[in-house]
Design a protein around this ligand. Structure first.
Ligand code: PRT
Ligand code: ZN
Length: 283
């Protein structure tokens, strides 16, 4: 059987979460910082540890079958790869920022200005779409210090908390793109079955992360009201308790409306609510 290869970041912001995701998929491998390649002992897969900038091209060219990388890097390298699954981590936005003292109000005012960035391709497309002609200055790091040094009028850089902008006297001015880590694959790969198996595992881990397992007790007379509040994977399981008038209800609740649901359940008569994390959900 052919062995798949998946490229992930060797070190940096996406490394830890990428390794965690693959381990949660039941893949058994060593995560030595010194090695560039690590075989998986219980799945026909090898993990390649690379700089994130190289991952899209490795996947496009078939050196790796799959990769985990930020959308910002995929768009910037302008490769032709398949987006297989958004992964929900490494979230950030690529933004244009200007000095706090600037009174620029619209994008068109960037006409004739200089913008420092490590994302010249994405920025140039964005400016074109907005009919702005600015001077793009490509630099590889510490973009945020350029306006303070008089090297550029604005910057275009990734922002997550906004702390870096703030501490450099900058404010966000325009959103260019939002990004998260994605699982990408080579278009037309001949290992479709194995890839689909891996995607199914990734999806079951992601689904589990988005939901909580909930067990609660309720008097039979309140059961209908409580069940109405529970979406569940299909419908909740109702288990009789030693006390004849009471039952236990088992179900899953989406993380996003968790607190609202819990208070509604309490109001409807639920008691002894136990909430547990879920490892995997296989549909
Ligand atoms: O060595 P290698 O080339 O692999 O790594 P790298 O240094 O190029 O990338 P790395 O590890 O910094 O980031 C990897 C990926 O994480 C990026 O390509 C994004 O997809 C994602 N990501 C998420 C971020 C951020 N958040 C982020 N905040 N990447 C960079 N930043 C930087 C940003 O450039 C700025 O300097 O963090 C600073 C801003 O952060 P805040 O929180 O102050 O706003
Ligand atoms: Zn990089």
């Amino acid at each position: 059987m052919k062995t798949l290869k998946i490229a992930i970041q060797k070190s940096g912001r996406l490394n830890e979460k990428s390794v965690e995701l693959l381990k949660n998929c039941g893949l058994n491998f060593e995560n030595y910082k010194s090695s560039l390649i690590s075989p998986v002992s219980n799945f026909p897969l090898e993990i390649l540890f690379l700089r994130d900038d190289d991952i899209p091209e490795y996947v496009q060219d078939g050196i790796a079958d799959l990769g985990i990388v930020g959308e910002n890097v995929i768009q910037e390298t302008e490769v032709d790869v398949a987006y297989l699954q958004r992964l929900g981590f490494g979230r950030c936005s690529l933004k244009i920022a200007v000095q706090n003292t600037s009174n620029m109000e619209s994008i068109s005012e960037l006409d004739g200005k200089s913008i420092a960035t490590s994302y010249p391709n994405i920025l140039s497309k964005y400016l074109q779409q907005n009919n702005v002609q600015a001077d793009i200055r490509t630099i590889s790091g510490s973009v945020e210090i350029s306006p303070g040094l008089g090297l550029a009028d604005a910057i275009c850089d990734l922002v997550s908390t906004g702390g870096t902008l703030k501490s450099n006297g900058l404010k966000p001015f325009a959103d260019v793109m939002s990004s998260e880590a994605v699982l990408i694959g080579r278009k037309g790969s001949e290992n479709e079955d194995l890839i689909q198996e891996l995607i199914a595992r990734v999806q079951s881990v992601l689904r589990a992360k988005e939901t909580k397992y909930v067990v609660l007790n309720v008097e039979r007379k309140n059961l209908e009201a409580v069940v109405k509040l529970l979406p569940g994977v299909k419908s909740p399981s109702v288990v009789p308790l030693a006390e004849a008038e009471w039952v236990a209800v088992h179900t899953v609740i989406p993380e996003r409306d968790f607190w609202d649901r819990i208070s509604q359940l309490k109001q409807a008569g639920a008691q002894g609510i136990v909430v547990m994390p879920i490892e995997k959900i296989i549909l």
